[in-house]
Design a protein around this ligand. Structure first.
Ligand code: FMN
Length: 190
């Protein structure tokens, strides 16, 4: 199973990217997590017709299309999702309702130095994903609060949080497998 990890931050020392690096290390058997990079994506401009500028967008869409699921690690900026992430999503959201997001299983995580851990941005991102007919992983929010204490040197060091993240990945794998098995499979409780 191929999971595309999308960090909603361009920062070299991003704690959300670090969260994905730890998720990649903790991924259960059969799951390959590849971490994307939104840096090459230009600002959304539907009039942009320079093939060189559009190539990163097409490549990004292709990576989403080829993934069995997405794991988006979003920072929270002013109670919302960062423009960098929204910009990339907007590019990949066309054509509306028939884009690479339509029916795509998507899970969300976040990390923040705050006591809220970015949950407000998660709520906003969920709404955006639903607006593109993506399938949102029905799981309680996974938010790394006070991340300065838990994420060091690009790694999640806090053991309870690592265990929680590992369990989330196992649940995500099971959910994606059930979906791939077909609609007759009933969803067990969370
Ligand atoms: C413009 C801006 C707005 C921010 N607003 C919030 C916020 O609303 N809530 C929050 O928890 N953290 C907020 N932060 C702090 C970020 O959570 C923190 O910078 C975090 O490290 C960003 O994620 P990253 O390390 O993955 O880039 C804000 C940071 C910036 C730069």
């Amino acid at each position: 199973m191929k999971i595309l990890g999308i960090p909603g931050s361009l920062r070299r020392a991003s704690i959300n990217r670090a969260l994905l690096v730890s998720a990649r290390a903790l991924a259960p058997a059969g799951v390959e997590l590849v971490i994307d990079d939104l840096r090459p994506i230009p600002m959304y401009d539907p009039d942009l017709d320079d093939p060189a500028a559009l190539a990163p967008v097409e490549a990004f869409k292709q990576r989403i299309a080829e993934a069995d699921a997405l794991l988006i690690a979003t920072p929270e900026y002013n109670y919302g999702i960062p423009g960098v992430l929204k910009n990339a999503i907007d590019w990949a959201s066309r054509p509306a309702y028939r884009s690479v997001f339509a029916g795509k299983p998507c899970a969300i995580v976040s990390a923040s130095p705050s006591l809220m851990g970015g949950v407000r941005a998660q709520g906003q991102l969920k709404q955006v994903l639903l607006g593109m007919a993506a399938e949102v992983f029905p799981h309680p929010e996974f938010a790394v609060t006070q991340a300065g204490h838990k994420l060091h040197d690009g790694e999640l060091g806090d053991e309870p949080t690592r265990e929680h993240l590992a369990a989330l990945l196992v649940a995500l794998r099971a959910w994606v497998q059930r979906r791939q098995a077909g609609p007759s499979q009933s969803e067990p409780g969370l």
